[in-house]
Ligand binder design. Structure first.
Ligand code: HEC
Length: 208
């Protein structure tokens, strides 16, 4: 006698399982609808979705520096002209010319540990990963410093030294509530600092 084939009856889904599929399905549908809505809004709006708040106008030296920047491997760790890696805030050099002067940049490239506000991770004497930067010849470092100083950011952008224009009641109340009195005596509110050349003048001093 041939063996009897055992046919299993399909098990009905448990209510919990059904719920799970419905919720997961709803997420997929919502994401899809959201995406369509975004495309639609984008096509109706003539403003760009993300406003560019950095700009540059390269001089001849700046052009040379830009080349030096690429040829000397800076883009392995940094980003400039919207090219390069995106590791984090320090790596972003677009707009740096509004925070640092050309003099500072050139000094930093040649002797990073002397000028950087904190202990350096990669720039500095051997054996650090960017130790070679200080060994580049003076002319190359100068060109690169000029290039970087020409990468500007608008006031209020995340890479600018100056905060957005205008006062915000919210920020005022946060400062009032959370900043200790000792800070208020010791530091000037960045919003009260003079803005020169459209930007705050915060310049890091040489370290002791
Ligand atoms: C191995 C990764 C690495 C490479 C390569 C590298 N950098 Fe850096 N760079 C850093 C890090 C990390 C910092 C933050 C300071 C530190 O910790 O060393 C920094 C900081 C800087 C700063 C100061 C930014 C600020 O906060 O004001 C400048 C300017 C700079 N780098 C320029 C360059 C240039 C120009 C080159 C190429 C010649 C280069 N870097 C190559 C990792 C790197």
């Amino acid at each position: 006698m041939p063996p009897m084939s055992v046919k299993r009856s399909p098990q009905p889904m448990k209510p919990g399982e059904k719920m799970m599929f419905i919720v997961a399905g709803a997420f997929v549908v919502l994401a899809f609808l959201g995406f369509i809505a975004m495309l639609f809004i984008q096509s109706k709006d003539d403003k760009p979705m993300f406003e560019m708040k950095t700009h540059f106008q390269l001089s001849e030296t700046g052009q040379r520096g830009s080349e030096g920047f690429r040829l000397n491997g800076c883009t392995t760790c940094h980003r400039a002209l919207r090219n390069g890696t995106n590791m984090g805030r320090t790596a972003e050099l677009d707009g740096i010319g509004s925070r640092r002067t050309e003099t500072w940049l050139e000094a930093f490239l040649g002797d990073p540990e002397k000028y950087y506000r904190a202990a350096t991770v990669d720039h500095g004497p051997t054996p650090k990963r960017a130790d070679y930067v200080a060994e580049l010849d003076v002319a190359t470092r100068h060109d690169i410093a000029v290039f970087l100083s020409e990468l500007k950011s608008d006031q209020g952008s995340s890479t600018a030294a100056a905060p957005p224009e205008g006062r915000s009641d919210f920020i005022d109340s946060m400062v009032k509530t959370w900043a200790p009195a000792s800070w208020k005596e010791k530091y000037t509110d960045i919003r009260d600092k003079p803005v020169q050349d459209g930007y705050a003048t915060a310049q890091p001093a040489e370290k002791e």
